[in-house]
Ligand binder design. Structure first.
Ligand SMILES: Cc1cc2nc3c(=O)[nH]c(=O)nc-3n(C[C@H](O)[C@H](O)[C@H](O)COP(=O)(O)O)c2cc1C
Length: 169
């Protein structure tokens, strides 16, 4: 897809088909994470946890209670964890990585959504972090849920400005 089309097609997907993501597509999304810009990479690079196991997805999605699945039934979840030594930079690095993967997923026709909530819950559960193999010095900061959405990926946004601007000429 042309870049502009990808940008106009990316939107949060909150309803997924019960269809697995093909291994090659998942691999392409994960690989694109390595293209993200990183601040202070010497502090340690982000760590990715790729979850496709249905039981684990359920455990993660319903951490806050049985009323609501915080990952919206997505068949894959990529958790981005970063070293805690530079707060602020760590969160920004996680965001860059997730956004890179989100655009790649969109380009591949996969619905996706940036998620913080699932990580906020996971931060409180050290045993689950251990079960997921998240390194001890790392904090799960952001995640990308992805899969085939109930709605296909399509251009849905106008290429228009919605943010306030101030040019200093
Ligand atoms: C840092 C960040 C955290 C987010 N966390 C959540 C979340 O936990 N749950 C959720 O449903 N959406 C979450 N979102 C998605 C936003 O709600 C969504 O991007 C926003 O409403 C704009 O919609 P769009 O993505 O369709 O353009 C998050 C987005 C960002 C950038």
């Amino acid at each position: 897809m042309e870049l502009k089309k990808v940008l106009m097609s990316r939107k949060s997907c909150r309803a997924y088909k019960d269809l697995a993501v093909e291994a090659e597509k998942l691999e392409a999304v994960v690989t694109s994470a390595s293209l993200a810009p990183l601040g202070v990479p010497r502090m340690g690079k982000p760590h990715l946890t790729i979850v496709t196991n249905k039981e684990m997805l359920k455990t993660l999605g319903y951490q806050a209670g049985p009323e609501r699945d915080s990952i919206y039934g997505a068949p894959a979840l990529i958790i981005v964890s970063c070293p805690e030594s530079y707060p602020g930079i760590a969160e920004m690095n996680a965001a860059c990585v997730v956004e890179m993967m989100s655009l790649t997923a969109t380009d591949l026709g996969l619905g996706n959504i940036y998620l913080y909530g699932v990580c906020a819950q996971l931060q409180k559960n050290e045993a689950l972090q251990k079960e997921l193999g998240i390194p001890e010095n790392m904090k799960p900061l952001s995640a990308l849920a992805l899969g085939y959405g109930e709605e296909p990926v399509a251009e849905c946004k106008a290429f228009e400005k919605v943010l306030e601007e101030n040019y200093i000429g």
